[in-house]
Write a protein that binds this ligand. Structure first.
Ligand code: AMP
Ligand code: ZN
Length: 114
């Protein structure tokens, strides 16, 4: 999608602090971190949000979560724990309309969220 911030980051047109990349996914640090570790995992393909996912995306989602597990292990935050969040739409607090998974770690995270 031409006018999408995260498509531009996935294409390398806008720089990011990259953590991991393969043919399907990109992981990069959030520009406004809400925890000592805060990165985003996005599919390179434009998907507006989790509300647009279909059965065809099963393999992609499996890859998203296995990648998150591996990156968190590499970052040393698995034992302490972490949170994976995807915001959907206005009430969900989504500000960038390209599917992304926040991964937050490194401090105790409150529940319920605000
Ligand atoms: P959400 O509000 O769930 O849509 O999350 C969007 C996230 O993208 C926010 O946490 C922003 O801080 C983050 N963000 C926005 N622009 C950039 C950027 N250029 N590089 C990295 N993260 C960004
Ligand atoms: Zn996009």
């Amino acid at each position: 999608m031409t006018d999408c911030l995260f498509c531009k980051i996935a294409a390398g047109e806008i720089p990011s602090n990259k953590l991991y990349e393969d043919e399907d996914l990109l992981a990069f640090y959030d520009i406004d971190p809400q925890a000592p570790v805060h990165f985003l995992v996005i599919p390179k393909r434009h998907i507006p949000s989790a509300a647009a996912l279909t059965q065809e995306d099963q393999a992609l989602l499996g890859k998203v979560f296995s990648t998150i597990a591996r990156l968190c292990a590499e970052l040393g935050v698995t034992e302490g724990g972490y949170r994976v969040v995807t915001n959907v739409g206005k009430d969900g607090g989504q500000s960038v309309p390209h599917l992304h998974f926040h991964v937050l770690a490194g401090r105790s995270l409150a529940w319920p969220p605000g």
